[in-house]
Write a protein that binds this ligand. Structure first.
Ligand code: AMP
Ligand code: ZN
Length: 455
């Protein structure tokens, strides 16, 4: 059997992966808070853990791997969005959840086997919080329930911080009902105008961290194999999940392997709305960037390194995929290349896998290229179709531009040529002008509607 090694954040080491039960592998990844479109950075953990999901299915069999990714559908950001827009919370979360599923399918992510929604697990969260109070790890105060970090000696080991460091470094919310400023909220009261559930501590709603502990315990039990997410979640979210789960279920080990992806930035800068370099997956798709190209760009950087989204990488990935699709057109997949599999099994070295795929393409080994690309979710039928030349006849426009150019040569007035050219480029067409003539090539962002009025 293929040996998989993974870097475990908990031990800070690359370890040989030993499943708890090879017939029942369990992976949990923290999912989105559903109030807005997923930005391009949100797609990174989705693609990273999709590759791991595919690898585990390949090695252990598809029927033996469970992958849970939650939807956080109760959160103050959602409540704020409902207030700001006057829309119903349920409407916002249902719509955003569907957008998320569509956008992630577009970048070739398989649906996880389990997609629990937080609001469906409030009973389990209340039960877990009650248990933590009984065991002396949590206390109720002024309608809140707080987890007492001093009650758990190992608090901070995942992120390698002491409680004192955390207090000094973090923006902790000091509140009169907290015994220690690092204590975090398990439950908080709801006023009448916001969603709430009846509980032993009054009408209220859960804190964010408890949902993953309660849902993973319900779905996977006290111990499971892999827990993943972006490294911004290491502290406090994952630290708090560990504290809750290990104190509620001291007999279990909670997650055996912790994996964290590094952040994505854009053209060398942190993505932010104020810098104007913030965009969603849907923005890229709408600009005509195929989902498969987005995926390929992501796979070019190891998940443990910061990754830069650049337009140059986008163009390179698109050109490579066009070649690969041409080469594998009509081909039946062979078997997965051993070097590609070894690279992916080596802590998800997707960049190494891509390098080997390039060699296979160079050697015209289309069968191996196709099967091996499929292993990491590339060249799949679902992601195909974008590479075909659009079925449009641009000869009329080529004629028109040729005539305009000839006229401009006479009059030295190129304004009409420039106007036509920029309208064509705007419609996603590459304009190639040479002595031999004019050639119009529709690109990935081709939009036939924008040609109206030009012909
Ligand atoms: P959120 O909805 O903000 O909780 O984020 C959902 C997931 O996206 C989490 O796993 C985050 O760690 C991850 N994430 C958020 N921003 C980025 C980014 N810029 N690069 C990579 N992952 C990110
Ligand atoms: Zn979580």
């Amino acid at each position: 059997m293929t040996q998989i090694t993974l870097r475990n954040t908990k031990t800070r080491k690359k370890e040989v992966f030993e499943p708890i039960d090879p017939k029942n592998l369990r992976m949990y990844v923290c999912g989105p808070t559903v109030y807005d479109r997923a930005h391009i950075g949100n797609a990174r953990p989705v693609i990273v853990f999709d590759v791991l999901f595919r690898l585990l299915r390949h090695v252990y069999g598809a029927g033996h791997v469970s992958y849970a990714r939650n939807f956080t559908d109760i959160d103050d950001k959602i409540i704020d969005r409902a207030e700001a827009t006057g829309r119903d919370i349920a409407q916002i979360t249902a719509e955003t959840t569907q957008w998320y599923l569509d956008d992630m399918a577009a970048v070739g992510a398989l649906e996880p086997t389990l997609m629990p929604r937080a609001t469906a697990y409030v009973d389990q969260m209340i039960a877990m919080i009650s248990d933590l109070i009984e065991k002396g790890h949590a206390y109720a105060a002024e309608g809140h329930v707080l987890f007492s970090v001093e009650s758990y000696a190992d608090y901070g080991t995942l992120s390698g911080r002491s409680v004192d460091d955390m207090i000094a470094g973090a923006r902790v919310e000091v509140a009169p009902y907290k015994r220690n400023p690092m204590d975090f909220v398990l439950w908080k009261p709801s006023t009448d105008d916001v969603p709430g559930w009846d509980s032993p501590w009054g009408r209220g709603r859960p804190g964010w961290h408890i949902e993953c502990s309660a849902m993973s315990a319900d779905l996977f039990g006290d111990s499971f194999d892999i827990h993943g997410g972006g490294n911004d979640l290491q502290f406090p979210h994952h630290e708090n999940e560990i504290a809750q789960s290990c104190c509620a279920h001291p007999e279990g080990e909670f997650a055996r392997v912790w994996m964290h992806n590094e952040m994505l930035q854009v053209e060398g800068k942190k993505m932010s709305k104020s810098l104007g370099n913030f965009f969603t997956v849907r923005d890229l798709l709408d600009q005509g960037v195929p989902g498969e190209v987005i995926r390929m760009v992501f796979l070019g950087t190891h998940y443990g390194k910061p990754m830069d989204w650049t337009d140059r990488k986008r163009a390179e990935a698109e050109a490579t995929l066009r070649d690969w699709r041409k080469l594998t057109d009509g081909v039946t997949p062979g078997s997965v290349d051993a070097e590609v599999l070894a690279a992916v099994a080596n802590d998800l070295n997707t960049a190494g896998a891509l390098a080997r795929l390039r060699e296979l393409a160079k050697a015209h080994d289309a069968e191996a290229l196709l099967a091996s690309a499929n292993l990491i979710g590339l060249l799949t039928p679902e992601l195909g179709g974008w590479d075909a030349a659009p079925d449009v006849d641009l000869s009329g426009l080529e004629d028109k531009l040729t005539k305009a150019r000839a006229a401009a040569m006479e009059t030295k007035d190129f304004s009409e040529v420039d106007r036509l050219k920029s309208a064509l480029v705007e419609a996603g067409i590459e304009v190639r002008m040479s002595k031999a003539g004019v050639e119009l090539v529709p690109g990935a962002g081709f939009d036939a509607a924008k040609l109206e009025g030009l012909a």
